[in-house]
Structures are given as C-alpha cells and as structure tokens.
Design a protein around this ligand. Sequence first.
Ligand code: FAS
Ligand code: PHB
Length: 395
Amino acid sequence: MSETPKQTRVLIIGGGPAGSLLALLLHQREVESVILELRTREHVLERVRAGVIEHGSAEVLRAAGVAGRMDSEGFVHEGVQVAHGEEMIRIDFEGLTGKHVTIYGQTELQRDLYGALDSAGIQLLDEAEGVRVEGIEGDSPMVTFERDGATEQIRCDFVAGCDGAHGVSNGFIPPSLQRTFERTYPFCWVGLLSETPPISDELIYARHERGFALCSMRSESRSRYYVQGSADTTLAEWPDDRFWSELAARLPKTSVASLVTGPSIEKIVTPLRSWVSEPLRHGRLLLAGDTAHVVPPTGAKGLNLAISDVVYLSDALAWFYRAGSTTGLEGYSDRALARVWKAVRFSWWMTNMLHLFPGMSDDFERRLQTTELDYLFGSDNAQRAMAENYVGLPL
Ligand code: FAS
Ligand code: PHB
C-alpha cells in the first residue's frame, strides 16, 4: 500500500471518471492532488456503464493525453437512428452540426484514466473507508479516513467531492443551504451485454407500444442493449430469452433481421431519475459529477457532465493557484449548473418522448408524446436541435 501523504492541495473523494480526470487536469496545471477511492480499482473497472463520449468530451480527453485508445478503438458515430414502431429516421449529427460522438465504454475510459494517473505519479488511495471532512468553512480542511486498519488524516486546501450518487460528499453541504430537484421515472432500464456483433453500425433508440429499447455496442463483436422494464422489476424476471424476445418485438422488422442473439455476459437493472443538488460549492468543498446530479441514461449525458464539471473545476482551481483569485471558484457552481440543467432538460425530453408511461391514462399526454416524435421525424430544425444536444453543447 502506498504511503499516505500528510498534506496535499486538492483532496479528491472518489476515483471514478470525475475524480480521476480532475486529478489529471490539475496535474497538467501543476496542482497536486490525492484521490481517496472507497473500492478497489478492480471493482471500479468491473462496472459497465456509459458508452457515448460527446464531441467536446473527446477533445478534453485528447488534451488530457488519455484519448489514445479511444481514438484507435472507439467508434466515431456521425448519426443515430430513431425508430417509432416500424418507422425509422436517421439523425445526421455530422450534416446538421459538423460534429460526431465516439462510442467507447466507460470501463475502457476508466482503465485509460488509471493508467494516466499511474504514469503521472498521482496517488489514488483505494479501499479508503469512512471518509469524513472537517473545516470546509475554513482554509485548510482536514480529511480523515480508515485504510488498511489504520486511521489516516490528510490536510488540504480544497476537497473535491467526486464520489457519485451514493457517496458522502453531497452530505457535507449544510442542508439549510441546499436545494434539490428530482423527477423519478415510473420505469427502469434492463441492460444486457453480449459477445455478439451489433445489430447496426449506429445506435438505435426505439419507441414502441411495448416500451423503449436501445441498441448500442462496445466493439465489432460486443453489443450493449437496453429495454424498458417496470420500476419494480428484478433481474430474475429477465432471463436472456425474455430479454431478446422483448428487444426484437420493440424494433422495426427491418432491423430485427440483423439481430444476433447470444448468452448475456452481464445484465443490470438501473432505475431512471433526474436529480440535481445545488449549490456545487460550500467553502472549500466543491462537488462534481454524479454526487451533484444524475440524469436518465437516455440522453447519454451522465459521464459527459462529469467531464464538463471537472473541466470547469480544474479551471477555477488553477486560477486560484496561479493568480490567487477566487473568481473562478465563486463562479464554478453557476457555470457548471448552467450546462448541467441543459443536459437535464435534454435527457428528460428524450426520456419522455421514447418511453411508455404506465398509467398514462390521459389521452392528451399520450397524443402529445406521439406528436413529439412526428414533429422530430418531419422537421430538420427539430432534428438539428436533437443533434446539437446529443453531440454535446459547447463547454
Ligand atoms: P461514479 O459513480 O462513476 O464514481 C464515483 C466513485 O466514488 C466510485 O468509484 C465510488 O466507488 C467512489 N465512492 C463512492 N462513495 C465513496 C466514499 N464515501 N469515499 C470514497 N469514494 C467513494 N451515463 C451515461 O452517460 N450513459 C449510461 O449508459 C450510463 N449508465 C449507467 C448505469 C449505471 C448502473 C449507473 C450507476 C450510472 C450510469 N451512467 C450512465 C452514469 C454514469 O456513467 C455516471 O454519469 C458517471 O459514472 C459519473 O462519474 P462520477 O461522477 O465519477 O461518479
Ligand atoms: C451505452 O452504450 O451504454 C449507452 C448508449 C447510449 C445511451 C445510454 C447507454 O443513451
């Protein structure tokens, strides 16, 4: 186990994409940091999550020097397919915005980030438990935690909470100063990973009377699929056969002809919710990524918001250390939230348009939903609006 430093400039709680990339961006600006991660690296790398890297996020990763494998192994996607029953259109990202996205699994990105941390000599202390913080309202917080049976302490200038939706950092902000906004959706996604060739060379988002479906991929031989399930469903209710038959039933027949099924190598049930916690800063505590906001994966924004948050946060911290100015730090929360809320809106819009809402007895609401799709299918401007949000709004 690596030696625990007694002091650092930025103590990062959480070694997922937000925490790892923040440490790298700070290192590039010669700002020292230490990462405390609750789990082992192996556990973090086992989590199968996001797959879409926005245009701007890819540029950030290139500038951080961690995009080599993404550029050689990732898939550049210049568009996406949207299906409604048997109808299907292509949203032409490149034609409508001049930009594209890259399909590259978060697991692989995390592997690249860990490799870059090691090359840069940045300390990631894993299996750090019971993290607690004192003095965030002063100018030198103290972070205490248990690791390898011993209680450790690190003094720092700033604490960056990057510990995700189930972390502790968000709880360090006084409840009297906090506002949260939430929308829980009455359904979930059942996700399946298989060693089968993807059904299509682009993603397919499908709305069907039986429910939502999404066809994605990880490589030319590894596919990632999702189907909408009830909010209380469990993995036990989704044997592979049922998953494949539901997926096939929700896709246009022309697409199903190319569907190759096979045994699942991983399956998950993930709830869908929109959640934002404001502000992202209190004294010397700054929050970034899922610890401050969660979006339904429909818009493929969660990972990309973690990236834009830490771009803004590293700018603000570098400004402080370079010029002694707190202007960036004072503006960080508003700057990050302005982009977060645009992604929350887009993810909410995609989710509302493409999913069946159980108990949607209101025919007016149901008709609005199909009209949203009709408008998208028939309007270049509507498709341009979807394209510019999907490839990622400017950072
Ligand atoms: P993360 O949750 O990735 O990382 C937080 C890290 O902090 C974890 O490694 C955790 O172990 C650690 N931690 C937690 N508590 C701690 C503590 N007390 N002390 C120290 N460390 C602690 N996004 C998409 O764009 N597309 C998707 O398809 C998609 N699918 C998802 C599926 C699932 C099941 C989940 C949970 C999320 C999904 N997301 C998806 C969102 C996801 O990719 C996040 O947006 C992304 O991981 C955010 O990165 P972080 O903010 O770093 O949080
Ligand atoms: C994925 O490939 O896991 C993926 C792609 C697009 C989404 C969500 C997940 O909107």
